[in-house]
Each structure stands twice: as structure tokens, then as C-alpha cells.
Ligand binder design. Structure first.
Ligand SMILES: Cc1cc2nc3c(=O)[nH]c(=O)nc-3n(C[C@H](O)[C@H](O)[C@H](O)COP(=O)(O)OP(=O)(O)OC[C@H]3O[C@@H](n4cnc5c(N)ncnc54)[C@H](O)[C@@H]3O)c2cc1C
Length: 496
């Protein structure tokens, strides 16, 4: 039954996190006449995973994340690192475009130069890091990387990690001054605020999309409830993006699209140790990533991180992974159970059985006492004192459980766009590398869901205007890479 509150919109975006914010901006730049509605269940944008303290704020460019360069039979596979680095260059260009066009301003409030370091100890790990460095250093994207086994040099890069280390400890580090810390929450809010001021765009908070169904004419009917007033409305749209973060899997199930039937979600919670001593925090200026423990999900690699949040420099260590059945930090403990259906139970059981190391790791992390957490921190910062640190809850991640191309159930650690065959609905699943690579993820989504417009001369020209390297691999165009890095660092007020 329709009411006078029922409306139509060309595009509906569910959730006001960085994914919806980026997609909405891209689509509005490509088609200024498009009407867009954004629904967010909380009272403002970016309060779940995209909020600064809920994620690590690393501008993932594969400079320091060792899990992006696996070693097989002594050979380092650099393909994933190159791919992620190319994607981050697209993010830099898009954010620069937004600043140049005055769509967002004051870049220092959301992106800052912070060197990215990898740090390891022990002969085997030092050999790995050296091999990794040798495999990357001649790639134009990674030319600026430095490597050292010299304790004085590493101490100069990051003094806290070298304090009170035994002379006999073999250590090694790489250093990339091109690294960044990104306040994805601030960036998201700026993008959403801009959209809210545009003709044809409505951003509605406290509004939860609780169901959706396909209409006979191939559109989507969305059922929305105002959480504060209980008021309900229906909105019909030609295209819907489910950018509900961890809760996306629940709406994917409700959509009933066959492409989503076998997908499941596995929630992983997180915690940080936050340094309370500002003088101590001031002594560290880097994001120092190490190697993950056995069974740990890749994004649970421990790191000692300089952060810039609300103009203040701080120091964080973590994340410590944990287990909770919620799909959002503000979600329900029933989330995991309500995501199980006959379509995905096989996938979930199969992926669970195959990942006993992860289960064991999560149990050990949940049971870890503060002393044990401090011991992990001391592996990176030997002089750390318990009284200088406090524990904070990080965002909730939902890892994707799916069938691989041979039908085998697996737990996937990347991000993945699942879309209806007719391009009328798309959903983002997964967590990593996440926010850093949103621009590339959304460009791929646009190609899948708007194939004709994507190929048009008009949209192709706009892509090039927003992302000058669009369609090129910068690693194969070193001169252009140099030019664009110089230009984007100037616009974004970065040091490098
Ligand atoms: C601990 C941790 C560390 C991370 N570190 C990094 C990092 O260093 N670098 C990096 O690039 N990425 C990192 N990530 C990943 C990154 O945070 C995410 O990929 C990104 O924020 C996801 O954005 P999103 O818009 O999909 O989701 P979210 O930011 O979670 O937004 C989803 C929104 O949808 C809303 N919503 C949910 N259901 C509904 C509904 N039914 N109706 C209306 N609204 C709804 C939610 O309230 C929320 O506001 C990290 C994540 C975590 C958890």
C-alpha cells in the first residue's frame, strides 16, 4: 500500500560510511542531474568502521604491510602490493580533485604524512624483509623505500622500538617517507556534508533500511524506518548500493539476489592500546608494522602507530582481535545468527572447519589478559609501561565466507563487490584494505552496474579529470607517477 510519504530516487545509498560517501560523490560528479537518497541508521555519518578510532587510519599503499607480499619457495610475490599501491594512488588523486574543486577543504584534517615502516627481528624474518625490499625497490612505485639492519639507523627512524634491545638481537626495517595517516571519519563527514548541500541529494539520519524487494519493473522498493519516531516510508529506486558496513550481509540476504545466496559473514572485533602520555607519543613518528601471528587475520597484524585525530598527534598499538556475534559496533548480538540461511550454512561450516587456526587465535586473543597485551606491545616498544596505556574498542569487521571458483568454502580477507546481474543492486562485503582503496572499488562497481554510461566519452573524460592516471598503471609510467605524486602532495599538503 502506498502512502503520500512514498518517494522515488534514481539512486539509494544505504549507510553513510566512506563507501557510500565516495560512490555518491563519484556518481553526482558524473551525472549532476541524478537524484540520490542516503539513509543512515545513526545520528551522523561515519560512526562505525569509518570513524577514526574504529580503524587504524593507515593509508594502505603496501609500503609496510608484510601480508601483501607473501613468500613462496623463497620468491616474493609482489603482485598484490603493486595492485594496492596503484589503488592508493587513485585515492590520492581523487581526494586532490575534491580539494582543488573546493568540494572539501583543509586536507590536513583528514590526511597527514606519516612514514610507513616494516620492522622484524630474528634471522628468518630479517631474510624475508631483505628479500621483500630487493623485490620491491626497483619498482617505480616503491623506489623511495629504504632498508636497514643498522640499529642506529632504525633508532633514528623510530627511537621507541629500539630502546633497551639486546645488542645480539638481529633486526631489520624498511622506511617509506611517502606513507600517510588518514582520518577516514573526517573525510567521510566532509564528503557527506557536501552531498547534503547538493540539489537532488537527501541525507537522512536515524533511518534504517529494514527490508528491500524487487518490483515487477526491475526497480527496488526500500522499506525505511525512522528509529527515533518509528515512522515508516517506502522509496523506489533504479539502483541501490548496500554500504551498510558489517551489516551489509544481512541486507544482501534480504534482497534475495541469487548472486548473494552462498555468502556468509564472520565477525571479528578489535581493541587498541592507546598511549596516555603525550610526551611519549611525541617521540614516535611512524606507522611500524610487523608480522602477523599464526592464524591471525591479515588486518590484525600488530602495529605501533602515529595518528592525527582532531589536530592531535597520538600513539596507538594493536589491533587485538576478538570475537563478538555483532556485525556492527552498535549492532545486535543476534546479527550472526540472523545471517544464517539454508543458502549459506554449508559455506559457513566449511569455511569455519578450514580455519581452525583463526578460531584458536581469536580465542587466545579474547582470553589475553592486560599483561599479555602489554607483552605484545613490548615486542615493539620494549620500555612500555602498563600505566601509560588504556584499552579502547575498535570497529567491528565482518570477514566474507564464500565459495571459491571451484565451489570450495573459504574465508576471504579482502573486500568484494557482489552485484545483481542486471546492475540494479550492489553490495560491498569484507574489510581490507578497505577505506584506503574505496575509490578504485567504486570505479569498478560503476563499471559493472552502469556499463553503458561507463564507456561513454562523457564519463571517460570525467574519470580522467578526477583521476588523471585513470586506465593506466603508474608503475609503467614513472614520469607521470613522479608528476602526480608531486602534484597530489602539494594539494593535500603532504610532505612527500
Ligand atoms: C579495526 C579496524 C582497522 C581498520 N584499519 C584500516 C586501515 O588502517 N586502513 C583502511 O584503509 N581501512 C581500515 N579498516 C577498514 C575500513 O575501516 C573499512 O573498510 C571502511 O570504513 C568501511 O566503510 P563502509 O562505508 O563500508 O562501512 P561503515 O563505515 O561501517 O559504514 C556503514 C554505515 O552503514 C550504517 N548502516 C548499517 N546498516 C544500516 C541500515 N540497515 N540502514 C541504514 N544504515 C545502516 C552504519 O550505521 C554505518 O554508518 C579497518 C577496519 C577496522 C574494523
Amino acid at each position: 500500500m502506498s502512502t503520500n510519504k512514498d518517494t522515488e530516487s534514481d539512486i539509494v545509498l544505504i549507510g553513510a560510511g566512506i563507501m557510500s560517501a565516495t560512490l555518491g560523490l563519484l556518481l553526482k560528479e558524473l551525472n549532476p542531474d541524478a537524484t540520490i537518497e542516503i539513509f543512515e541508521r545513526l545520528d551522523s555519518a561515519a560512526q562505525e568502521s569509518s570513524e577514526a578510532m574504529n580503524n587504524a587510519g593507515t593509508g594502505h599503499a603496501a609500503f609496510c604491510e608484510l601480508n601483501y607480499t607473501p613468500e613462496k619457495n623463497g620468491v616474493i610475490d609482489t603482485s598484490k602490493a603493486l595492485d594496492i599501491c596503484e589503488q592508493f594512488e587513485e585515492s590520492r588523486q581523487f581526494w586532490s580533485y575534491l580539494v582543488k574543486k573546493n568540494i572539501i577543504h583543509s586536507p590536513k584534517t583528514f590526511v597527514n604524512s606519516v612514514p610507513h615502516m616494516s620492522f622484524v627481528w630474528g634471522n628468518k624474518n630479517v631474510d624475508f624483509l631483505k628479500n621483500r625490499y630487493n623485490a620491491l625497490k626497483n619498482q617505480p612505485l616503491f623506489n623511495d623505500m629504504l632498508y636497514s639492519e643498522d640499529k642506529a639507523t632504525i633508532s633514528n627512524w623510530a627511537p621507541l622500538i629500539m630502546q633497551n634491545r639486546s645488542e645480539n638481537d638481529k633486526v631489520a626495517a624498511t622506511y617509506m617517507n611517502l606513507g600517510t595517516d588518514v582520518n577516514f571519519g573526517e573525510l567521510t563527514r566532509r564528503m557527506i556534508n557536501h552531498q547534503a548541500s547538493q540539489n537532488g541529494v537527501a541525507v537522512t539520519f536515524h533511518s534504517e533500511v529494514y527490508d528491500l524487494t524487487k518490483t515487477a519493473d526491475g526497480r527496488w522498493k526500500m522499506f525505511v524506518k525512522n528509529i527515533k519516531t518509528g515512522e515508516k516510508r517506502i522509496i523506489t529506486t533504479k539502483f541501490v548500493f548496500i554500504g551498510a558496513g558489517g551489516a551489509s550481509i544481512l541486507l544482501l540476504k534480504k534482497s534475495g539476489i541469487p548472486e548473494g545466496k552462498s555468502y556468509g559473514g564472520f565477525p571479528v572485533s578489535g581493541q587498541w592500546l592507546v598511549c596516555k602520555d603525550e610526551k611519549l607519543a611525541a617521540q614516535h613518528y611512524a606507522k611500524v608494522y610487523g608480522l602477523a601471528s599464526v592464524g591471525a587475520p591479515p588486518m590484525s597484524v600488530p602495529h605501533l602507530d602515529t595518528r592525527f585525530i582532531n589536530g592531535k598527534k597520538s600513539l596507538l598499538f594493536g589491533p587485538y582481535a576478538g570475537f563478538s556475534t555483532k556485525f556492527l559496533k552498535t549492532g545486535s548480538y543476534l546479527d550472526l545468527f540472523s545471517s544464517i540461511s539454508t543458502g549459506n550454512i554449508g559455506t559457513m561450516v566449511g569455511a569455519g572447519m578450514d580455519n581452525m587456526a583463526l578460531t584458536k587465535y581469536l580465542i587466545s586473543e579474547v582470553l589475553a589478559s592486560t599483561d599479555k597485551k602489554m607483552d605484545s606491545l613490548r615486542a615493539y616498544f620494549p620500555e612500555a609501561k602498563t600505566e601509560d596505556w588504556r584499552l579502547e574498542i575498535a570497529g567491528q569487521r565482518v570477514q566474507t565466507m564464500k565459495r571459491d571458483k571451484n565451489g570450495k568454502a573459504e574465508l576471504a580477507f579482502g573486500t568484494e563487490v557482489v552485484n545483481a546481474a542486471d546492475g540494479s543492486l550492489a553490495v560491498l562485503l569484507g574489510a581490507s584494505p578497505g577505506a584506503s582503496t574505496t575509490v578504485t572499488i567504486m570505479l569498478k562497481l560503476i563499471e559493472k552496474c552502469f556499463p553503458n554510461e561507463f564507456k561513454s566519452a562523457e564519463w571517460q573524460a570525467k574519470f580522467k579529470e578526477m583521476i588523471p592516471s585513470f586506465g593506466l598503471k603508474l608503475n609503467n609510467h614513472p614520469e607521470l607517477l613522479k608528476e602526480l605524486r608531486a602534484e597530489t602532495s602539494k594539494t593535500l599538503e603532504l610532505k612527500y
